[in-house]
Ligand binder design. Structure first.
Ligand SMILES: [Zn+2]
Length: 150
């Protein structure tokens, strides 16, 4: 009996990347857009509670922090440069504002950015998000399927 990982919950058909990224940025399931993606701060739920889409295939790893660091660095450095050019703030004000703003922005952006990355992975059928189409494509290309009986 050939090994088959398909389930009834995998969504068929084309997947629009920007829609999935926007849904993920809103911390919603990339498939339905209504179910919550995260169970805890950065812990993706294994399955969407609304539509049943399997979300445990995500492999965002360190990519969301890289994106977040890049965004936060641009915002904070722009603020520092503008404050230096147009303001005459004492050093203690700089020391109070910029580190705090950096931490707040990083904490606020990390979850939506991870959601967007997972949404993109889902839209591009990466890491097992492919479901039925991935298996059909592999079979059409002559790939051997694993057999559980051997
Ligand atoms: Zn869903």
């Amino acid at each position: 009996m050939p090994y088959d990982i398909t389930t009834a919950h995998m969504s068929p058909g084309p997947r629009e990347a920007w829609t999935s990224i926007k849904r993920g940025f809103g911390c919603k399931c990339p498939a339905c857009g209504t179910g919550a993606m995260f169970g805890r701060y950065l812990k993706v739920k294994p399955v969407c509670e609304t539509c049943g889409e399997e979300l445990f295939h995500e492999q965002a790893h360190d990519f969301p922090p890289y994106i977040t660091i890049t965004i936060v660095a641009h915002i904070v450095l722009m603020g520092v440069v503008l404050a230096e050019q147009h303001g005459d703030w004492p050093m203690w004000v700089h020391m109070a504002i910029w580190p705090a703003l950096t931490v707040i922005l990083a904490m606020a952006l990390m979850q939506p950015v991870k959601g967007a990355v997972v949404g993109y992975q889902w839209a591009r059928r990466m890491h097992g998000f492919g479901g039925d189409d991935e298996i059909i494509l592999a079979k059409s290309q002559g790939a051997k399927t694993k057999d559980r009986t051997t």
